[in-house]
Write a protein that binds this ligand. Structure first.
Ligand code: RIB
Ligand code: CA
Length: 325
């Protein structure tokens, strides 16, 4: 039986200079018969939410999919945090190469869509979150009984035993909206977290990126045009060894969890720390307090990855597909 999922994402392929990687994860989902995608919702993160919405709309159209798309708000969950993260909703200087489209006036927002869809498919829907957790927190706040209907959440988020990537303490998706992440980790919904610990073992090589660009198909040209500026922005990380496939790994984990090894942990999100805001504090009950308090786990945390198995899957469903267009 196919797994029913909703993808919550901040897709930047189509906005030059944003991290284009969510879109590879979405392409993988489009090409995976194990999944039934009930909808895509967009969140402020890699790019302002109206750009993410437009980039997702373009991808759905290019792949000729009939999948509902809904937008979240142009802000964080907590209005106070919004002041600090305001720049995430601005960045007007980034060149947009997909047409900017807006939701219809009477289109329901992401939170209402998530609630309605989970209720209609009660107990069956897995949320796959590959951006900040704003939309999920809003859903929990506005529709608290959604917890009775969501099956589980798989999220690309946080770091367990390695440093962060946006600050030494925090991973981007949690840092971008720590209060939202905090609410989600406290929700009681079964959570699987795909942290930097395993994401940093994945890479799309420079050669693979070049090989996609060599295909003259207009969509491959679009991918190349979108990915190149990001490589320039993050040349420190990607120029020699390739692009980390954070979100694609989270997507793959939904239907090939056997590639990963998990450990249970109690995960808390730091929302107060002056230097550590957005840190995911993972207690495996190994610290002295952990052994004494024996905290009940709220999350399955991925700590090991069979990189070859992931690469094979990513090549089949994304790279070979793009090269064959
Ligand atoms: O920290 C990695 C996350 O933020 C991923 O979801 C990726 O899209 C990045 O920008
Ligand atoms: Ca993302």
């Amino acid at each position: 039986m196919k797994k029913k999922i909703i993808i919550d994402t901040d897709p930047a392929m189509g906005t030059k200079g944003g991290d284009p990687e969510d879109c590879f994860a979405i392409m993988m989902a489009f090409n995976s018969p194990e999944l039934e995608i009930l909808g895509i919702t967009t969140v402020q993160g890699n790019v302002p939410v109206e750009r993410g919405y437009s980039n997702a709309a373009y991808l759905i159209e290019q792949f000729k999919k009939d999948i509902p798309l809904r937008s979240g708000p142009p802000n964080t969950f907590n209005k106070n945090r919004n002041e600090e993260r305001m720049w995430l909703s601005q960045r007007k200087e980034m060149e947009q190469i997909t047409p900017l489209v807006k939701p219809d006036k009477d289109e329901e927002d992401a939170a209402r869509f998530i609630y309605k869809t989970c209720k209609e498919n009660s107990g069956e829907v897995e949320l796959v979150t590959i951006g900040p957790l704003t939309n999920i927190a809003i859903t929990l706040k506005e529709f608290p009984d959604v917890t009775d209907h969501i099956n589980s959440i798989t999220m690309m988020a946080g770091s367990a035993k390695v440093p962060g990537n946006i600050t030494p303490a925090a991973e981007f998706n949690v840092w971008a909206d720590p209060e939202a992440a905090d609410m989600v980790f406290r929700s009681g919904i079964p959570i699987t977290m795909i942290p930097l610990d395993v994401c940093h073992k994945t890479r799309m090589s420079k050669e693979e990126m070049i090989s996609i660009g060599e295909n003259k198909h207009p969509f491959c040209h679009f991918v190349k045009e979108s990915v190149e500026p990001w490589i320039n922005v993050r040349s420190d990380l990607v120029s020699d060894e390739g692009l980390h496939l954070y979100d694609s790994l989270a997507m793959a984990s939904v239907f090939k969890p056997e590639m990963l090894t998990f450990e249970d942990a109690h995960v808390s999100v730091e929302t107060q720390g002056r230097y550590t805001s957005g840190e995911t504090v993972c207690e495996f009950n190994e610290s002295i307090f952990g052994k004494v308090l024996n905290l009940k786990p709220n999350t399955k945390v991925a700590l090991e990855l069979d990189v070859d198995k992931f690469n094979q899957l990513f090549n089949e469903r994304v790279i070979d597909y793009l090269k064959s267009l």
